[in-house]
Design a protein around this ligand. Structure first.
Ligand code: SD4
Length: 317
């Protein structure tokens, strides 16, 4: 059954769903809902993979990626490699509303944020410092899973200068423990659609790495004439296929959301059968679906839904 309004987000981040739902219930727009929902995860450091204090890069620094998209106007704001600012999705919205640009990155994005009144803070925590120093020493992260990722060098370090390596030996692919982005979709009673993402990306990434989350059509996409989609997983692979855009286009052509999600995942599997990733989709009538590939430890991908069918956000898989 479908009903509107609808909030749906990746992973069991239920406080984020509730924050977005409350925003809609108190008269906020779908953009307000997506921003508030993603921001809740940034504050709560959902799974250690959204917001500050997670996924330190090769130098130990945490950097953030986020985007927000207005499906009515097709406006987008995005930030990549954002440093020192905790509220990445807020900065993304400021890019959308206060500039004529779509995406700002790195140090310049941080300076823009500071100019907009966002507070500059250290994004490092004891936990992220510890993950970093263990990796430097060549110790596996406690949640490293040998059965899923047999090559320990990808997760356990130790760091080696790239110049001493064979090509691609430093490739690090994502796992569910190294990151779990929030991707969120909101649709109101009148069919206004918005989508957004927020993440600290991939643990031990090369500085400057930006994932799929802030890339339009990759991390998320919204079009009030068709629906919205958001992705999570190995962004380095997934962004090559613009899965969120593809899913929305399939729904526009008449596919139901589950089929659209499955097709977007299958397209990636054709080239990368072992990639880890998932996508959520919703159309403008409030029907929704999800699909995934190789979510370690889980047979199905888990996501949250809030609509008028229940009093509280529901965990789905
Ligand atoms: C990235 N796709 O930076 C993001 C992270 C993620 O589950 O989704 N993790 O690659």
């Amino acid at each position: 059954r479908a009903s509107l309004p609808l909030v749906i987000n990746t992973w069991p981040f239920k406080d984020a769903t509730a924050a977005a739902w409350d925003a809609l219930q108190s008269g906020g727009s779908v953009l307000d809902a997506v921003e508030k929902g993603c921001a809740r995860c940034e504050t709560e450091q959902c799974d250690g993979s959204v917001g500050y204090g997670g996924s330190p890069d090769e130098t130990g620094e945490t950097t953030l990626d986020a985007m927000i998209m207005n499906g009515d106007t097709m406006e987008v704001g995005a930030v990549g490699d954002l440093k020192r600012i905790k509220n990445a999705v807020g900065v993304a919205r400021a890019v959308m509303e206060y500039t004529s640009h779509t995406m700002l990155v790195g140090e310049s994005a941080s300076l823009f944020a500071e100019n907009m009144g966002f507070i500059a803070e250290d994004l490092t925590t004891n936990k992220s410092m510890n993950i970093f120093s263990q990796w430097l020493k060549g110790n596996c992260q406690p949640n490293y899973r040998k059965n899923v990722f047999p090559d320990p060098s990808q997760y356990c370090g130790p760091y080696k200068p790239r110049a001493t390596l064979q090509p691609n030996k430093m490739r690090r692919h994502a796992n569910t423990h190294s990151h779990d982005t929030i991707g969120m979709l909101a649709i109101d009673q009148d069919g206004h659609v918005a989508a957004g993402t927020s993440t600290n990306g991939l643990t031990h990434k090369v500085p400057g790495r930006v994932g799929d989350s802030p890339i339009v059509g990759a991390g998320a996409y919204a079009d009030s004439e068709a629906g919205a989609a958001a992705a999570t997983g190995d962004g380095d692979v997934m962004m090559r296929f613009l899965p969120s855009y593809l899913a929305v286009e399939l729904m526009r052509a008449g596919a139901d959301p589950s089929t659209a999600c499955k097709t977007a995942i299958s397209r990636i599997k054709r080239h990368y059968s072992e990639f880890f990733g998932a996508i959520i989709c919703a159309n403008t009538t409030g029907h929704y679906g999800a699909a995934c590939n190789k979510v370690p430890g889980l047979s199905q991908f888990r996501f949250m839904v809030a609509n008028t069918e229940s009093d509280a956000p529901l965990l789905k898989s």
